[in-house]
Design a protein around this ligand. Sequence first.
Ligand SMILES: [Zn+2]
Length: 185
Amino acid sequence: MSTLNPYQPPTTRLRDALSAEVGGDCWRDGKELVVRPGCTLPGRCIKCNAPAELPMRHARFYWHHPALYLAVFAGLLLYLVIALFVRRRTPVTIGLCARHVQRRRASLALAFAGMALAIGLIVMGAQRERFDVLFGGTAVLLASVIVGIIGSRLLVVTRIGENYTRFRGAGAEFLATLPAFYRTR
Ligand SMILES: [Zn+2]
């Protein structure tokens, strides 16, 4: 048991501050969000810092070293198998406000509608041997997939290291509320 000592040297307080920092699990580093795996972010929207809709969402992020993409040249299947084994995983609990939840749903709905339209065009183009329709359908399909991926992603992993994971895509106002990350790792 420690008792409160008004004469304690300030180094103790410094040590307390440092251990609080070490015990934390999310920080800002410039425009990047740095977390420990399994961290629960503060209950505010990661995009605009408004109060988060509850319950907050559990998300899993994966990452592997970018050099591994070279394995694609040896074969897509080989790449996928290696990536499945060596990829690193970070679970994070994330807050989004009602407006950003809505925006995410809207872009997913748009992407699915686009994909349905695209499949219709591709089938019709193939049946009638209309290559312009077939080509148009393929373009709509690609655009819909891109809208779906960009519109639904919460954060983009830049690196998953031994102890910390870095993300892009968090809002500046949200990041400003987090302590600064100062370690070199
Ligand atoms: Zn928001």
